[in-house]
Design a protein around this ligand. Structure first.
Ligand SMILES: Cc1cc2nc3c(=O)[nH]c(=O)nc-3n(C[C@H](O)[C@H](O)[C@H](O)COP(=O)(O)O)c2cc1C
Length: 159
């Protein structure tokens, strides 16, 4: 059984993560960051700088025994070319995770952000079995179903 854990500021990553959870017919949990509020350009500047600096913020995560699951899908947006601060903060606290991981990101850039995925894998402490990047424009068009199927197949096929 797989579980999905998502941080999303403006719900785009949540849409993609929810589609992964639906494809796998599993539950999705959310990371809540009470000090991070959606807040226009100023918020983007502040939190972009925090992501670049490797800063942390308090997070609330459901009390789930993650290693109990055969695989975990972590989903977060790209912030300043890195993983969004709340997901990074969760991972920097060294939670116990299952060995099989899938990583999902959304971002404004149409190109896959290799550096952000490397950051994500380093923070998670393992190489993912599967990765999925959906650019913001495609999230908004809602035409990412084939990517979801491919990602879920790669996750299932891993060792
Ligand atoms: C603080 C901040 C920094 C961002 N930095 C980047 C970036 O470096 N590269 C990028 O492609 N998108 C960047 N974005 C855009 C988001 O990654 C993109 O809109 C994403 O789909 C939002 O996901 P969400 O709705 O789950 O929060 C940034 C957004 C925010 C709020």
């Amino acid at each position: 059984m797989t579980r999905v854990l998502c941080y999303s500021w403006s719900e785009r990553t949540a849409r993609v993560a929810a589609a992964v959870a639906a494809e796998l017919a599993v539950e999705m949990d959310r990371i809540v960051a009470p000090r991070v509020r959606a807040g226009g350009l100023w918020g983007m500047l502040v939190w972009g700088r925090a992501a670049r600096a490797g800063a942390d913020t308090p997070v609330e995560v459901p009390p789930v025994d993650w290693p109990r699951f055969g695989a975990l899908v972590l989903a977060a947006p790209v912030w300043a070319g890195r993983v969004a601060v709340p997901m990074a903060s969760f991972l920097r606290a060294h939670p116990a995770l299952p060995p099989r991981l899938g990583l999902v990101m959304t971002g404004a850039d149409p190109r896959r952000p290799a550096g952000a995925f490397a950051d994500f894998a380093r923070l998670a402490g393992r190489e993912p079995l599967a990765t999925l990047y959906v650019a913001r424009a495609r999230v908004e068009r809602g035409d990412f179903a084939p990517d979801i199927a491919e990602f879920c197949a790669a996750l299932a096929a891993g060792p």
